[in-house]
Design a protein around this ligand. Structure first.
Ligand code: HXD
Length: 655
């Protein structure tokens, strides 16, 4: 009750400074060593206003501008994406976030060129490929594509139908698109700029037993698609344009069909499987499935980048929405000045947990990028599996959250949020596909669920959990022990803000979902078979995966709070962390209530405290968005400028 009174009495007043936090200290803590490279990118664009993407731009102009932006970064600003990707991935991802803040089309074009095309050559090929292609990829002479997806097969990569048949008489592979459905589709860089493509195809070897040859499974091949000098499509390569998209129109997605295109044998990216001059297949990996997993496993960098980049978008959106909500005054007590819309509880509820989430996701994806970087060095199998599941889960969870938040921000900023110049529409359209490409979110969450179940099963057979999953080790004994009726009723602020209570609650939920999913799957498999049983439990499995990812994010956030040395910054981070945790618990309060993990009085206390913490975060909202560190000329939304002035807005729309 005391809290409620406090809320009522101060809700309209100027808020007291309870958290004297410096946004500079906070920004430093957030960015760490990423800062200088991002500043270099920003500096380049600050000096080149002609490279700024305008709000109104045609598809063709946008494609050319994005290309010029990328060329400028690499050839004028001296940015070396491929070098960073190979030698210091942490730098690479921070570069990609900065490029994406300039224009998401630029971030994705950069990703296609370096993560996908460059990454496939470097990681799936061997030294001869690196020797031949590194310089051209690095300096953008060799612009390239990543041709995996087909018209009829996206997520089901094993179903793709393009073939690469070895012709022993000429020592070549013959690349073929056997039917319309096997046309490579959505291929970035294909419609206009690409010279090469990494083409994923079934490797077919001639065989005496079988007329159609032996299908060795999916392999990757370097296929030149345009002449290096004339830029004309090469013989047998048919290129079409995928046309105008909902967003990301600066990226030239195209379709590719191959009509018996011949490439030398050495163009097979042969790290995981090779073909000798006389047509013999060799591989260090014993089965098609293992080779396939190893091949796709090398591509996890794309997901890591998308998770990280999506947080960048969330930061921009929440910055604009918070600044506008501080600026905009609307209604107020009788005969008194109007109040900021951020002083309304409803606006706080929309934006403050989102601000807390932006911080939570920032730390979680920084952690992921660090793990990815370590994994690249160690090549440790356990670490590889861990990064794989974590990147799938974070990519899915964060991009879905950001996509929803972009809508919420637009709505929270009323009519002005609808002006294109204020960015929400552009960001929403550009970011929307993050939920689908590089692994559809619904498919990725199933991989996380599958991984959890695998480890759960292994546990009963005496196995151990991966590092990130470690908490599940204690699951049976701690989290699933009967919900404690005394704890279920505890509602004091100290208790609700105790990280132990919060983590226990998250982990209890995950453990329960995991345990019950395993039981249900076992039961249904007996009658339906495993495929149908999985489908019968699908929604349950998706929630399980999300719940697990939420736990991982919270655990990371708690660690970050504890290791922050600056007392004021730590207090604010703790506030954000508590808000993140309690809002998530409240979002699924029904599940906690159903099993009496939380009694009615406690549920109510969680809601009240969530509202109160949102109110407290509001008092430092300006500092918190400033600390996200996005310069005005990058943000470019007149309603979201750091100065908090409207004036520029009217100029922008031509008054
Ligand atoms: C971020 C890298 C550093 C991620 C790039 C992912 C781009 C995916 C696009 C792809 O699915 C379709 C295309 O354009 O080739």
């Amino acid at each position: 009750l005391a809290k409620e009174q406090q809320l009522v009495t101060v809700s309209c007043a100027k808020v007291m400074v309870k958290f004297p936090v410096s946004s500079v200290v906070l920004a430093d803590y957030m960015k760490g060593k990423h800062k200088s490279l991002q500043e270099k990118v920003f500096q380049y664009f600050r000096e080149h206003p002609e490279l700024q993407t305008p709000v109104e731009i045609s598809k063709d102009e946008h494609r050319e501008l994005t290309m010029r932006q990328l060329l400028g970064l690499v050839r004028e600003a001296g940015i070396r994406p491929l070098k960073y990707l190979q030698e210091d991935p942490v730098q690479y991802f921070s570069l990609s976030e900065a490029a994406g803040s300039i224009d998401l089309s630029l971030g994705i074009k950069l990703g296609v060129q370096f993560s996908l095309w460059g990454g496939s050559v470097m990681n799936l090929g061997t030294q001869r490929h690196r020797d031949k292609y590194y310089a051209g990829i690095d300096n953008l002479d060799y612009l390239g594509c990543f041709a995996m997806t087909e018209l009829h097969h996206g997520s089901n990569v094993q179903g793709i139908q393009t073939t690469a048949t070895f012709d022993v008489s000429t020592d070549e592979f013959v690349i073929n698109t056997p039917n319309e459905g096997a046309t490579k589709w959505w291929i970035g860089n294909a419609a206009v700029h690409g010279k090469f493509a990494t083409v994923f195809a079934r490797l077919i070897l001639p065989s005496e037993e079988c007329n159609d040859g032996l299908d060795m499974g999916i392999h990757a091949f370097i296929v030149p698609i345009r002449d290096l000098d004339s830029h004309e499509p090469l013989p047998g390569v048919e290129i079409r344009d995928c046309g105008y998209k909902v967003g990301l129109n600066g990226v030239d997605n195209g379709a590719l069909r191959f009509h018996s295109v011949r490439i030398p044998r050495e163009n097979l990216l042969n790290r995981f499987g090779d073909v000798s001059r006389d047509g013999q297949y060799t591989s260090s990996l014993p089965t098609i499935n293992k080779r396939f997993a190893a091949t796709l496993g090398e591509l996890v960098g794309g997901r890591v980048g998308l998770a990280y980049g999506s947080v960048g978008v969330l930061k921009m959106a929440v910055t604009i929405a918070v600044r506008y909500s501080l600026l905009r005054q609307q209604f107020g007590p009788p005969k008194q000045p109007e109040i900021s819309i951020l002083d309304y509880q409803s606006q706080q509820q929309k934006l403050m947990p989102m601000l807390a989430s932006a911080y939570a996701f920032h730390f979680a994806t920084v952690y992921l990028v660090g793990k990815y970087s370590d994994m690249k060095k160690s090549q440790d199998e356990e670490e590889i599996a861990d990064v794989h599941a974590l990147s799938a889960g974070l990519k899915a969870y964060v991009t879905s959250y950001t996509a929803k938040s972009l809508n919420t921000c637009r709505e929270a900023c009323g009519g002005h949020g609808y002006a294109s110049v204020n960015r929400f529409g552009i960001l929403r359209n550009d970011h929307d596909i993050f939920q689908t490409f590089e692994g559809d979110n619904t498919v990725l969450l199933q991989q996380v669920a599958g991984d959890l179940l695998k480890q759960y099963k292994a546990k009963f057979q005496g196995g151990t959990f991966n590092v990130t999953w470690n908490y599940l080790r204690d699951m049976m004994s701690t989290y699933l022990s009967e919900a404690n009726p005394v704890i279920a009723r505890r509602e004091g602020e100290d208790h609700l803000r105790d990280p132990k209570f919060q983590l226990d609650a998250f982990r209890y939920r995950t453990s329960r979902l995991l345990h019950s999913a395993a039981l249900r799957l076992r039961k249904h498999s007996k009658t339906l078979g495993s495929f149908e049983a999985w489908n019968r439990c699908l929604n349950h499995l998706l929630i399980l995966a999300e719940s697990h990812i939420e736990s991982v994010i919270l655990a990371r956030f708690i660690e970050v709070v504890n290791s922050c040395k600056d007392r004021n910054a730590r207090a604010v981070l703790k506030l954000l962390c508590d808000l993140y945790a309690l809002e998530r618990i409240w979002n699924d309060i029904g599940s906690y209530r159903n099993v009496d993990y939380v009694a009615p009085n406690k549920a109510k206390a969680i809601l009240r405290l969530t509202e109160y913490l949102s109110f407290e975060v509001r008092s430092v909202a300006r500092e918190l968005v400033d600390a996200l560190g996005i310069p005005d000329f990058v943000l470019r939304a007149p309603i979201g400028m750091q100065s908090g002035q409207y004036t520029e807005y009217t100029q922008f729309v031509g008054f």
